[in-house]
Design a protein around this ligand. Structure first.
Ligand SMILES: *Cc1c(COP(=O)(O)O)cnc(C)c1O
Length: 515
């Protein structure tokens, strides 16, 4: 979801300008300002160092005679620059963040407090294990609860995001097939509605990707799946609940068909937040599934912090899980770092150390503070909130799958915008002027002009009503022909409508003085 464009963005001329415009480019109390590198201050520094006493000639010809090229700012200038930058972004601490599939839920402060305990925060990954017993115990406890919640016997903790978890899962599956001497399996089946990381991961592992068709009610087409399964299929990758926000009713049959064909069932568990405490994926026949701790278990992400994507594994796949393995013996916890001992069949490793310790602490704190009943209620409230949004907007927008309830996200198509001259993109940009971050747009690809709203369980009815009221007002404005309001939007944001394609295709990630 993040677009990187460090250079100053160019803004296309807007159709309508807000009057009066400010004289400086500032908006409200948000000043317009140059990049930190463009500021006048190259000779200044925020710290006061004594003149060096060592003979600089020690450095021979390496002595720098040009300015160092870093911006020179005092502490208040630096602090203000970064605080102003942070105010140009949306954050979960500012308001509802309805990005479907991304699960932007509140990050409880209790978790932050636990993660900042010096014993966790100051750990060094190269410390001897005798000094990190508490941290290893925490990883082991978190692993225990992940296995319990999913009814799976093993979990690889080190993957650092959902996509990294998918890679871990498919590499485990490939190792399992290879251990059986079965190298003929070259294909992975993925539904058309899948998150882009699914086919990308399969391709990255060296598999070819074949699509499974979708039924009219937004689920996997069983007949198409059965027809495509065969001795060349290594795995199927299915998301449940799927990216249309719908539970795959035939999930057990999907697993059975895959196993019958000798393939493994990789479940994309990014939407586990909709079923945690209610459904155990192991009971459905899943062989491997990543869990985005930053989605289901509330750890910060999307610019707020790194992800973490532990992968739960079935009995058949467990021996191939990547190192490190945490073992427990008479001396306490230990780490198996190489493919040896109990980890003799490990396919390798995913990262240098154990994974995202800070996120493990937060996720574990979230689990303990909710308890079993609380986690179940998390899933129930997430589903309730999404259905509330769907019900409140169904008469002014068009739900993509109107029949029956949705799971944790409400999906709309753009049929209701037909003839208004307003597109999904225009509508989303106009939401910014109303103070609301847009929902996920144009995903999943199987729904025309998709708008995917995921409120999560952390929003109150009052917040959901404010959000729905704003969307209803905009929908009515679009239908009443107020096209101007949409075409140039956002009018009131610090940055107007940017060329997002250019930003994605030609990101300017460095700044050069001559730019
Ligand atoms: C978020 C998401 C992913 C990828 O997870 P990251 O942690 O962003 O790498 C994969 N699949 C689905 C359905 C997702 O929502």
């Amino acid at each position: 979801m993040t677009m990187l464009n460090v250079g100053r963005p160019t803004q296309p001329e807007a159709a309508v300008e807000v009057t009066p415009r400010s004289l400086t480019g500032g908006r409200g109390l948000l000043q317009d300002e140059a990049l930190i590198f463009e500021r006048d201050g190259w000779t200044k520094t925020g710290v006061d160092l004594p003149e060096p006493t060592r003979d600089a000639s020690d450095l021979g010809g390496l002595l720098r005679d040009e300015p160092i090229g870093l911006p020179g700012l005092s502490e208040p200038e630096t602090v203000r620059h970064y605080v102003r930058l942070s105010q140009k972004n949306h954050a979960i601490d500012l308001a509802l963040y309805p990005l479907g599939s991304c699960t932007m839920k509140h990050n409880p402060r209790l978790n932050e407090k636990a993660a900042r305990l010096a014993g966790f925060a100051d750990l060094h990954p190269l410390q001897p294990v005798s000094t990190t017993q508490g941290a290893l115990a925490l990883i082991d406890r978190l692993a225990h609860w992940l296995k319990t919640l999913t009814a799976m016997p093993a979990v690889a903790m080190s993957p650092k995001a959902g996509a990294h978890g998918e890679l871990c899962g498919l590499l485990t599956i490939r190792a399992a097939h290879e251990a059986k001497g079965d190298s003929a399996r070259r294909r992975v089946l993925v539904p058309t509605s899948a998150h882009g990381t699914n086919p990308a991961t399969a391709a990255f592992v060296g598999y070819s990707v074949a699509e499974i068709a979708q039924t009219g009610d937004g689920r996997v087409d069983l007949a198409d799946l059965a027809a495509k399964l065969g001795p060349d299929v290594a795995a199927i990758m299915v998301t449940n609940p799927n990216t249309c926000g719908l539970f795959e009713r035939d999930i057990i049959e999907i697993a059975r068909l895959a196993h019958e064909a000798g393939a493994y069932f990789y479940c994309d568990g990014a939407n586990f937040n909709a079923i945690v405490g209610r459904v155990r994926p192991g009971d459905l026949g899943v062989d491997a599934m990543h869990i985005n701790l930053h989605k289901t278990f509330s750890t910060p992400h999307g610019g707020g912090g790194p992800g973490a994507g532990p992968v739960v594994l079935s009995e058949a796949l467990a021996p191939f899980a990547p190192a490190p393995w945490i073992t427990h013996g008479p001396e306490g916890f230990d780490l198996v770092e190489q493919a040896e001992g109990p980890a003799a069949q490990a396919f390798g490793r995913m990262s240098a150390f154990h994974g995202q310790m800070g996120m493990f602490v937060r996720a574990y704190a979230y689990m303990l503070s909710h308890g079993a009943d609380g986690l179940r209620q998390v899933a129930e409230d997430a589903v309730l909130n999404a259905n509330y949004v769907k019900a409140r907007l169904a008469d002014v927008m068009t739900p993509a799958f109107p029949d029956g309830p949705c799971m944790h996200e409400a999906l709309f198509d753009d049929e209701w915008l037909a003839g208004t001259g307003v597109s999904t993109l225009d509508f989303a940009k106009a939401m910014i002027d109303e103070g609301f971050h847009p929902m996920t747009m144009y995903f999943p690809l199987v729904v025309h002009g998709a708008m995917l709203i995921e409120p999560t369980e952390t929003e109150s009815k009052q917040e959901l009503d404010r959000f729905c009221d704003a969307l209803r007002a905009l929908a009515e404005a679009a239908k009443a022909g107020d096209v101007e309001r949409f075409k140039g939007a956002p009018f009131l944001a610090p940055m107007r409508r940017l060329d997002e394609t250019l930003a994605a295709r030609k990101p300017r990630l460095t700044w050069k003085a001559e730019d």
